[in-house]
Write a protein that binds this ligand. Sequence first.
Ligand code: GDP
Ligand code: GDP
Length: 437
Amino acid sequence: MSKPIVAIVGRPNVGKSTLFNRIVGDRISIVEDEPSITRDRIYAEGEWLNNHFLLVDTGGIDLNSEKELKEDIRRQAEIAIDEADVILFMLDGRTGLQPMDREVANMLRKSGKPIILTVNKVDYKKLEEEIKYDFYELGLDDPVLISAEHGLNIGDLLDEVIIHFPQEEEIEYEDDIIRISVIGRPNVGKSSLVNQVLGKNRVIVSDIPGTTRDAIDTYFKLGDREFAIIDTAGMRRRGKVKPGIEKYSVIRSLGAIDRSDVVLMVLDATEGMTEQDKRVAGYAHEDGKAMVIVVNKWDLIEKGNDTNKRYAEDIRYDVGFLNYAPITFVSALTGQRVLEILEIVEYVAEQHSRRVKTNTLNNVLKEATSMFEPPSDKGKRLKIYYATQPRVKPPLFVLFVNDPDLMHFSYKRYLKNKIRDAFGFSGTPIKIIVRER
Ligand code: GDP
Ligand code: GDP
């Protein structure tokens, strides 16, 4: 099932993104060798005492910039109320309560969602007693006093957060069904594409014995292959969507990404990839999902020499971290190349769950390290003893080394490229972790 969603809400400058990075930052730097995508993340996975959740910094969701600040904060609160399982309502202990805080508190209180009143910038003990009572008038629970910057009381805060998680058992999918999430802004053509893909040649199945399934998803067969299209909010809805509403769909689509193997990132050819798309794509990347970029409405593009190629290059330039994702140009309107989408999905799903031979892997790494020596620091050089691939979906490689601190992200990226050169892994991110032997 989807992970619980925890949303951080509050005025600008109260410390939302500092807290966000404090909670998810470390975790990602261990596995990620692409510093570029981690910079302005607003969705990421967090973990506390084995509870995994999605953390969202609502301050980073770009709402209409021409709107007033006040309106923005109100909208963020609405998003959190609609989508989150737990809301961290953040206040600034230094400035004290502001009128806007009271207004947001009223909205949140009425929602009935679990609200954790979080007062930030309580940087030292003495401040605690002074500050605490200022916030009682909001009529919410006792505030948790933290310092995001100095990492104080973050554990207490997360203890509070996880208490409110729905106690559901995690369903582990043991079947061979390829689960697809279809992600993209409203009106890019997601439902049109899904309808085409589910057209008359597919066999929709409502019940395959011996499998775990979710009633809201659509299961179908193509040949011997079984697929499921994960339900995304609003995908079955018809007609135009009001512009403001689209921001709401973002968080819900993260849940769909979580439950899928392959993400179809749908773009409108006339619009290309927006900042919002990039962030969602960044989330899918970090979440280790296979991805296919589907440029829809290709019928609307005037074509000359190399139009596809140049369009693809622009996307590659824009989202360098997705360099493994195939790009396909389709039209849900004319049906052009729509049926090929499933072939590509099947292919990347295979790559996503592919396991390579330990022997071959070690030979590839041996060759890579002899071509380009591992980094060294203060006279000590990184030594890679051997590597294994303990996991798939996505392929995970563990390198056993003399000293993990000697690994540099640029060298990790080099090794990743070498692994890709040797094995392909088209359509799927791959992860490398480094362990001391
Ligand atoms: P956001 O706009 O709510 O995302 O706020 P930011 O995370 O960008 O933080 C705004 C400012 O508050 C930055 O200058 C931070 O360094 C500072 N800040 C964040 N947390 C703390 C804290 O715990 N103590 C103090 N003194 N400053 C903090
Ligand atoms: P969704 O909100 O992403 O599910 O988008 P829809 O499938 O509802 O499509 C939005 C609008 O774009 C509708 O008016 C569709 O008819 C139109 N549309 C979808 N795919 C295409 C396409 O390939 N070419 C053109 N020209 N229009 C399309």
